[in-house]
Design a protein around this ligand. Sequence first.
Ligand code: BGC
Length: 382
Amino acid sequence: MKKKLLATFMTFAMTASLLAGCGGGGSVSTDTSSDTAAEETATDDAAAEETTDDAAAEETADAAADATAASGDLADKKVGVCIYQFADNFMTLFRTELENYLVAQGFSADNISIVDGANDQATQTNQIQNFITDGVDVLIVNPVNSSSAASITDMVVDAGIPLVYINREPDADEEARWEENGWNVTYVGCDARQSGTYQGEIVADLGLDTVDLNGNGKIDYIMIEGDPENVDAQYRTEYSVKALEDAGLEVNELDDQVGNWDQATAQQLVSNALSENGNDIEVVFCNNDAMALGALQAIQAANRTVGKDIFLLGVDALTEALEDIIDGTMTGTVFNDHFAQSHSAADAAINFVNGESNDYYIGCDYQKVTANNAQEILDLVK
Ligand code: BGC
Protein backbone atom coordinates (compact mmCIF):
# COMPACT_ATOMS: atom_id res chain seq x y z
CA MET A 1 0.00 0.00 0.00
CA LYS A 2 2.92 2.31 0.71
CA LYS A 3 4.10 1.70 -2.84
CA LYS A 4 0.70 2.76 -4.07
CA LEU A 5 0.83 5.97 -2.07
CA LEU A 6 4.27 6.75 -3.48
CA ALA A 7 3.00 6.09 -7.00
CA THR A 8 0.09 8.35 -6.23
CA PHE A 9 2.42 11.10 -5.14
CA MET A 10 4.51 10.73 -8.29
CA THR A 11 1.41 10.87 -10.45
CA PHE A 12 0.40 13.98 -8.59
CA ALA A 13 3.75 15.57 -9.29
CA MET A 14 3.52 14.69 -12.97
CA THR A 15 -0.05 15.75 -13.53
CA ALA A 16 -0.29 18.69 -11.19
CA SER A 17 -0.85 21.03 -14.09
CA LEU A 18 -3.71 18.90 -15.36
CA LEU A 19 -5.60 18.29 -12.18
CA ALA A 20 -6.57 20.30 -9.18
CA GLY A 21 -4.96 17.51 -7.22
CA CYS A 22 -4.59 13.80 -7.27
CA GLY A 23 -4.69 11.06 -4.75
CA GLY A 24 -4.84 7.35 -4.71
CA GLY A 25 -6.28 7.46 -1.22
CA GLY A 26 -9.90 7.09 -2.17
CA SER A 27 -11.43 4.35 -0.14
CA VAL A 28 -9.56 1.49 1.37
CA SER A 29 -12.11 -1.14 2.13
CA THR A 30 -11.48 -4.26 4.12
CA ASP A 31 -14.43 -5.79 2.33
CA THR A 32 -13.59 -7.32 -1.02
CA SER A 33 -17.18 -7.22 -2.24
CA SER A 34 -17.17 -4.57 -4.94
CA ASP A 35 -20.78 -3.61 -4.27
CA THR A 36 -20.09 -2.91 -0.65
CA ALA A 37 -16.88 -1.06 -1.45
CA ALA A 38 -18.59 1.09 -4.04
CA GLU A 39 -21.54 1.84 -1.80
CA GLU A 40 -19.19 2.90 0.95
CA THR A 41 -17.34 5.28 -1.31
CA ALA A 42 -20.57 6.75 -2.57
CA THR A 43 -21.24 8.10 0.89
CA ASP A 44 -19.57 11.04 2.54
CA ASP A 45 -18.12 8.63 5.06
CA ALA A 46 -15.38 7.69 2.63
CA ALA A 47 -13.25 10.72 3.40
CA ALA A 48 -13.63 10.18 7.14
CA GLU A 49 -12.66 6.53 6.77
CA GLU A 50 -9.64 7.53 4.79
CA THR A 51 -8.33 9.79 7.50
CA THR A 52 -8.64 7.07 10.12
CA ASP A 53 -7.11 4.25 8.13
CA ASP A 54 -3.87 2.93 9.46
CA ALA A 55 -1.15 0.63 8.22
CA ALA A 56 -2.73 -2.44 9.80
CA ALA A 57 -6.07 -1.86 8.11
CA GLU A 58 -4.32 -1.26 4.80
CA GLU A 59 -2.40 -4.49 5.11
CA THR A 60 -5.59 -6.37 5.89
CA ALA A 61 -7.15 -4.86 2.77
CA ASP A 62 -4.18 -5.86 0.65
CA ALA A 63 -4.12 -9.38 2.02
CA ALA A 64 -7.84 -9.80 1.47
CA ALA A 65 -7.57 -8.48 -2.09
CA ASP A 66 -4.66 -10.80 -2.85
CA ALA A 67 -6.63 -13.74 -1.49
CA THR A 68 -9.56 -12.81 -3.71
CA ALA A 69 -7.39 -12.73 -6.82
CA ALA A 70 -5.57 -15.89 -5.90
CA SER A 71 -8.76 -17.83 -5.33
CA GLY A 72 -9.79 -17.04 -8.91
CA ASP A 73 -12.83 -15.01 -7.87
CA LEU A 74 -12.62 -12.85 -11.00
CA ALA A 75 -14.16 -15.69 -13.00
CA ASP A 76 -17.51 -14.87 -11.38
CA LYS A 77 -17.29 -11.11 -11.85
CA LYS A 78 -19.15 -9.32 -14.59
CA VAL A 79 -17.57 -6.52 -16.63
CA GLY A 80 -19.55 -4.18 -18.86
CA VAL A 81 -17.57 -2.35 -21.56
CA CYS A 82 -19.09 0.52 -23.57
CA ILE A 83 -17.19 1.53 -26.71
CA TYR A 84 -18.23 4.77 -28.41
CA GLN A 85 -18.20 3.14 -31.84
CA PHE A 86 -17.07 -0.28 -33.07
CA ALA A 87 -16.37 1.16 -36.54
CA ASP A 88 -13.34 3.07 -35.15
CA ASN A 89 -10.05 1.35 -36.16
CA PHE A 90 -8.14 2.39 -33.06
CA MET A 91 -10.91 1.46 -30.64
CA THR A 92 -11.13 -1.93 -32.35
CA LEU A 93 -7.48 -2.60 -31.47
CA PHE A 94 -8.15 -1.30 -27.97
CA ARG A 95 -11.24 -3.40 -27.25
CA THR A 96 -9.73 -6.59 -28.70
CA GLU A 97 -6.67 -6.24 -26.48
CA LEU A 98 -8.85 -5.30 -23.49
CA GLU A 99 -10.95 -8.43 -23.82
CA ASN A 100 -7.92 -10.71 -24.27
CA TYR A 101 -6.20 -9.19 -21.27
CA LEU A 102 -9.29 -9.41 -19.03
CA VAL A 103 -9.57 -13.10 -19.89
CA ALA A 104 -5.84 -13.59 -19.25
CA GLN A 105 -6.31 -12.02 -15.81
CA GLY A 106 -9.01 -14.53 -14.87
CA PHE A 107 -12.35 -13.13 -16.05
CA SER A 108 -14.59 -15.55 -17.88
CA ALA A 109 -15.19 -14.48 -21.51
CA ASP A 110 -18.92 -15.09 -20.90
CA ASN A 111 -18.91 -12.43 -18.19
CA ILE A 112 -17.33 -9.74 -20.36
CA SER A 113 -19.89 -7.84 -22.35
CA ILE A 114 -18.64 -5.25 -24.87
CA VAL A 115 -21.23 -3.08 -26.59
CA ASP A 116 -21.21 -0.67 -29.54
CA GLY A 117 -22.50 2.83 -28.79
CA ALA A 118 -22.75 3.45 -32.56
CA ASN A 119 -21.51 7.00 -31.96
CA ASP A 120 -24.81 7.91 -30.31
CA GLN A 121 -24.87 9.06 -26.67
CA ALA A 122 -28.54 8.10 -26.13
CA THR A 123 -27.76 4.54 -27.28
CA GLN A 124 -24.77 4.36 -24.97
CA THR A 125 -26.68 5.77 -22.01
CA ASN A 126 -29.27 2.99 -22.49
CA GLN A 127 -26.51 0.42 -22.61
CA ILE A 128 -25.10 1.74 -19.32
CA GLN A 129 -28.57 1.55 -17.74
CA ASN A 130 -28.88 -2.05 -18.93
CA PHE A 131 -25.52 -2.93 -17.42
CA ILE A 132 -26.63 -1.38 -14.13
CA THR A 133 -29.85 -3.42 -14.17
CA ASP A 134 -27.79 -6.49 -14.96
CA GLY A 135 -25.67 -5.85 -11.85
CA VAL A 136 -22.21 -5.76 -13.43
CA ASP A 137 -19.33 -5.57 -10.94
CA VAL A 138 -17.44 -2.88 -12.84
CA LEU A 139 -17.98 -0.68 -15.90
CA ILE A 140 -15.38 0.46 -18.45
CA VAL A 141 -16.70 3.35 -20.53
CA ASN A 142 -15.37 5.04 -23.67
CA PRO A 143 -17.93 7.87 -23.77
CA VAL A 144 -19.54 8.98 -27.02
CA ASN A 145 -19.51 12.54 -25.70
CA SER A 146 -16.99 13.36 -23.00
CA SER A 147 -19.37 16.13 -21.94
CA SER A 148 -21.86 13.45 -20.85
CA ALA A 149 -19.39 12.09 -18.31
CA ALA A 150 -20.97 13.89 -15.33
CA SER A 151 -24.37 12.29 -15.88
CA ILE A 152 -22.80 8.89 -16.62
CA THR A 153 -20.76 9.11 -13.41
CA ASP A 154 -23.84 10.06 -11.34
CA MET A 155 -25.82 7.14 -12.73
CA VAL A 156 -23.06 4.58 -12.17
CA VAL A 157 -21.93 5.84 -8.76
CA ASP A 158 -25.57 5.91 -7.55
CA ALA A 159 -25.79 2.25 -8.51
CA GLY A 160 -22.68 1.50 -6.42
CA ILE A 161 -20.67 0.30 -9.41
CA PRO A 162 -17.01 1.30 -9.92
CA LEU A 163 -16.23 3.05 -13.18
CA VAL A 164 -13.16 3.24 -15.43
CA TYR A 165 -13.27 5.81 -18.24
CA ILE A 166 -11.04 5.18 -21.24
CA ASN A 167 -9.76 7.09 -24.30
CA ARG A 168 -12.05 10.16 -24.12
CA GLU A 169 -11.06 12.20 -21.13
CA PRO A 170 -13.76 13.94 -19.09
CA ASP A 171 -12.96 17.55 -18.21
CA ALA A 172 -10.96 18.65 -15.17
CA ASP A 173 -14.08 19.64 -13.14
CA GLU A 174 -15.52 16.19 -13.62
CA GLU A 175 -12.29 14.47 -12.61
CA ALA A 176 -11.99 16.70 -9.54
CA ARG A 177 -15.46 15.60 -8.42
CA TRP A 178 -14.35 11.93 -8.22
CA GLU A 179 -11.59 12.79 -5.83
CA GLU A 180 -13.65 15.26 -3.77
CA ASN A 181 -16.27 12.58 -3.20
CA GLY A 182 -13.84 9.65 -2.89
CA TRP A 183 -15.69 7.84 -5.66
CA ASN A 184 -14.41 4.67 -7.31
CA VAL A 185 -14.00 6.37 -10.67
CA THR A 186 -10.85 6.83 -12.73
CA TYR A 187 -9.65 7.77 -16.22
CA VAL A 188 -7.06 5.83 -18.22
CA GLY A 189 -5.48 7.48 -21.26
CA CYS A 190 -2.50 9.28 -22.75
CA ASP A 191 -1.96 13.04 -22.78
CA ALA A 192 -2.82 14.08 -26.34
CA ARG A 193 -0.59 17.15 -26.09
CA GLN A 194 2.38 14.80 -26.30
CA SER A 195 1.11 13.20 -29.53
CA GLY A 196 0.58 16.59 -31.17
CA THR A 197 4.01 17.74 -30.09
CA TYR A 198 5.59 14.61 -31.55
CA GLN A 199 3.87 15.16 -34.91
CA GLY A 200 5.21 18.71 -35.08
CA GLU A 201 8.68 17.63 -34.00
CA ILE A 202 8.87 15.02 -36.76
CA VAL A 203 8.28 17.80 -39.30
CA ALA A 204 10.62 20.26 -37.55
CA ASP A 205 13.38 17.62 -37.54
CA LEU A 206 13.19 17.42 -41.34
CA GLY A 207 14.26 21.07 -41.42
CA LEU A 208 12.86 24.11 -43.22
CA ASP A 209 14.93 23.51 -46.36
CA THR A 210 13.39 20.08 -46.89
CA VAL A 211 9.79 21.00 -46.07
CA ASP A 212 9.51 24.53 -47.50
CA LEU A 213 9.03 23.37 -51.07
CA ASN A 214 7.54 26.64 -52.34
CA GLY A 215 10.35 28.63 -50.75
CA ASN A 216 8.13 31.16 -48.93
CA GLY A 217 10.03 30.62 -45.69
CA LYS A 218 7.02 29.05 -43.97
CA ILE A 219 5.59 25.61 -43.30
CA ASP A 220 2.33 25.62 -45.29
CA TYR A 221 0.03 23.00 -43.80
CA ILE A 222 -3.51 21.71 -43.69
CA MET A 223 -5.06 20.19 -40.56
CA ILE A 224 -7.58 17.34 -40.61
CA GLU A 225 -9.21 17.14 -37.19
CA GLY A 226 -10.94 14.32 -35.35
CA ASP A 227 -14.19 14.86 -33.46
CA PRO A 228 -13.84 18.45 -32.19
CA GLU A 229 -15.60 17.54 -28.91
CA ASN A 230 -12.73 15.21 -28.16
CA VAL A 231 -9.76 16.59 -26.27
CA ASP A 232 -7.42 14.33 -28.32
CA ALA A 233 -8.46 16.23 -31.45
CA GLN A 234 -8.18 19.63 -29.79
CA TYR A 235 -4.74 19.02 -28.32
CA ARG A 236 -3.26 17.32 -31.38
CA THR A 237 -4.39 20.22 -33.55
CA GLU A 238 -2.93 22.80 -31.22
CA TYR A 239 0.30 21.10 -30.17
CA SER A 240 1.46 19.89 -33.59
CA VAL A 241 1.57 23.50 -34.77
CA LYS A 242 2.98 24.73 -31.47
CA ALA A 243 5.91 22.30 -31.82
CA LEU A 244 6.77 23.82 -35.19
CA GLU A 245 6.63 27.33 -33.73
CA ASP A 246 8.64 26.26 -30.69
CA ALA A 247 11.30 25.00 -33.13
CA GLY A 248 11.47 28.54 -34.52
CA LEU A 249 9.57 27.82 -37.73
CA GLU A 250 6.98 30.11 -39.24
CA VAL A 251 3.68 28.41 -40.05
CA ASN A 252 0.89 29.09 -42.50
CA GLU A 253 -2.43 27.28 -42.15
CA LEU A 254 -4.05 26.78 -45.57
CA ASP A 255 -7.03 24.76 -44.36
CA ASP A 256 -8.48 23.23 -41.17
CA GLN A 257 -11.32 20.73 -41.55
CA VAL A 258 -13.14 18.24 -39.36
CA GLY A 259 -12.74 14.64 -40.54
CA ASN A 260 -14.29 13.05 -37.42
CA TRP A 261 -11.56 10.40 -37.22
CA ASP A 262 -12.90 8.87 -40.44
CA GLN A 263 -10.85 7.72 -43.45
CA ALA A 264 -13.41 8.36 -46.21
CA THR A 265 -14.27 11.82 -44.85
CA ALA A 266 -10.59 12.75 -44.70
CA GLN A 267 -9.99 11.51 -48.23
CA GLN A 268 -12.69 13.86 -49.51
CA LEU A 269 -11.46 16.81 -47.44
CA VAL A 270 -7.83 16.43 -48.51
CA SER A 271 -8.87 15.95 -52.11
CA ASN A 272 -10.77 19.27 -51.93
CA ALA A 273 -7.87 21.01 -50.21
CA LEU A 274 -5.40 19.77 -52.81
CA SER A 275 -7.55 21.10 -55.64
CA GLU A 276 -7.96 24.46 -53.93
CA ASN A 277 -4.39 24.97 -52.75
CA GLY A 278 -2.44 22.92 -55.26
CA ASN A 279 1.28 22.63 -54.67
CA ASP A 280 1.23 25.12 -51.81
CA ILE A 281 0.36 22.38 -49.34
CA GLU A 282 3.61 21.11 -47.87
CA VAL A 283 2.36 19.26 -44.80
CA VAL A 284 -0.85 17.36 -44.08
CA PHE A 285 -1.43 16.89 -40.35
CA CYS A 286 -4.13 14.34 -39.50
CA ASN A 287 -5.28 13.85 -35.91
CA ASN A 288 -5.24 10.06 -36.45
CA ASP A 289 -3.95 7.41 -38.86
CA ALA A 290 -7.35 6.43 -40.24
CA MET A 291 -7.64 9.98 -41.61
CA ALA A 292 -3.99 9.94 -42.74
CA LEU A 293 -4.75 6.82 -44.80
CA GLY A 294 -7.63 8.70 -46.43
CA ALA A 295 -5.34 11.68 -46.99
CA LEU A 296 -2.80 9.40 -48.67
CA GLN A 297 -5.44 8.16 -51.13
CA ALA A 298 -6.22 11.79 -52.02
CA ILE A 299 -2.53 12.68 -52.28
CA GLN A 300 -1.83 9.78 -54.63
CA ALA A 301 -4.92 10.57 -56.72
CA ALA A 302 -3.55 14.12 -57.12
CA ASN A 303 -0.22 12.69 -58.32
CA ARG A 304 1.69 14.06 -55.38
CA THR A 305 4.47 12.03 -53.73
CA VAL A 306 4.94 11.86 -49.97
CA GLY A 307 8.51 12.52 -48.92
CA LYS A 308 9.20 14.31 -52.19
CA ASP A 309 6.64 17.07 -52.69
CA ILE A 310 4.41 16.71 -49.59
CA PHE A 311 4.67 15.38 -46.00
CA LEU A 312 1.99 13.38 -44.18
CA LEU A 313 1.53 12.77 -40.46
CA GLY A 314 -0.94 10.71 -38.42
CA VAL A 315 -1.34 9.32 -34.90
CA ASP A 316 -2.02 5.77 -33.62
CA ALA A 317 0.49 3.53 -35.46
CA LEU A 318 -2.11 1.40 -37.25
CA THR A 319 -0.48 -1.50 -39.13
CA GLU A 320 -1.26 0.01 -42.52
CA ALA A 321 0.20 3.37 -41.55
CA LEU A 322 3.39 1.70 -40.29
CA GLU A 323 3.71 -0.19 -43.55
CA ASP A 324 3.26 3.09 -45.41
CA ILE A 325 6.04 4.69 -43.37
CA ILE A 326 8.32 1.76 -44.16
CA ASP A 327 7.41 2.13 -47.85
CA GLY A 328 7.99 5.89 -47.67
CA THR A 329 4.39 6.83 -48.47
CA MET A 330 3.80 8.35 -45.04
CA THR A 331 6.20 10.64 -43.19
CA GLY A 332 5.46 9.61 -39.63
CA THR A 333 2.94 8.76 -36.95
CA VAL A 334 2.77 8.56 -33.16
CA PHE A 335 2.22 5.22 -31.41
CA ASN A 336 -0.95 5.43 -29.31
CA ASP A 337 -0.20 2.51 -27.03
CA HIS A 338 -3.42 0.51 -26.93
CA PHE A 339 -1.64 -2.31 -25.08
CA ALA A 340 -0.62 -0.10 -22.15
CA GLN A 341 -4.00 1.67 -22.08
CA SER A 342 -6.16 -1.46 -22.21
CA HIS A 343 -4.01 -3.25 -19.64
CA SER A 344 -4.08 -0.28 -17.28
CA ALA A 345 -7.84 -0.01 -17.69
CA ALA A 346 -8.28 -3.71 -16.90
CA ASP A 347 -5.88 -3.50 -13.94
CA ALA A 348 -7.82 -0.52 -12.56
CA ALA A 349 -11.09 -2.44 -12.99
CA ILE A 350 -9.58 -5.43 -11.16
CA ASN A 351 -8.42 -3.20 -8.30
CA PHE A 352 -11.95 -1.84 -7.93
CA VAL A 353 -13.47 -5.32 -8.08
CA ASN A 354 -11.06 -6.39 -5.35
CA GLY A 355 -12.15 -3.49 -3.17
CA GLU A 356 -8.96 -1.51 -3.75
CA SER A 357 -8.65 2.09 -4.88
CA ASN A 358 -6.99 3.61 -7.95
CA ASP A 359 -5.40 6.90 -8.80
CA TYR A 360 -7.95 9.22 -10.38
CA TYR A 361 -5.84 9.68 -13.52
CA ILE A 362 -3.78 6.83 -15.00
CA GLY A 363 -1.57 8.03 -17.84
CA CYS A 364 0.70 6.51 -20.45
CA ASP A 365 3.27 7.68 -23.00
CA TYR A 366 3.02 8.11 -26.75
CA GLN A 367 5.98 7.22 -28.96
CA LYS A 368 7.26 9.03 -32.05
CA VAL A 369 7.37 6.84 -35.18
CA THR A 370 9.40 7.57 -38.32
CA ALA A 371 11.15 5.41 -40.91
CA ASN A 372 13.85 4.88 -38.25
CA ASN A 373 11.69 2.78 -35.93
CA ALA A 374 8.52 1.91 -37.89
CA GLN A 375 9.56 -1.73 -38.33
CA GLU A 376 10.22 -2.07 -34.61
CA ILE A 377 6.75 -0.71 -33.77
CA LEU A 378 5.19 -2.88 -36.48
CA ASP A 379 6.76 -5.98 -34.89
CA LEU A 380 5.26 -4.87 -31.60
CA VAL A 381 1.71 -4.29 -32.80
CA LYS A 382 1.40 -7.19 -35.26
C1 BGC B 1 -7.40 7.86 -31.55
C2 BGC B 1 -8.33 7.90 -32.72
C3 BGC B 1 -9.70 7.43 -32.29
C4 BGC B 1 -10.17 8.22 -31.08
C5 BGC B 1 -11.48 7.71 -30.56
C6 BGC B 1 -7.97 8.65 -30.42
O1 BGC B 1 -7.11 8.58 -29.32
O2 BGC B 1 -6.16 8.40 -31.94
O3 BGC B 1 -7.88 7.09 -33.75
O4 BGC B 1 -10.59 7.59 -33.35
O5 BGC B 1 -9.21 8.12 -30.06
O6 BGC B 1 -11.91 8.43 -29.45
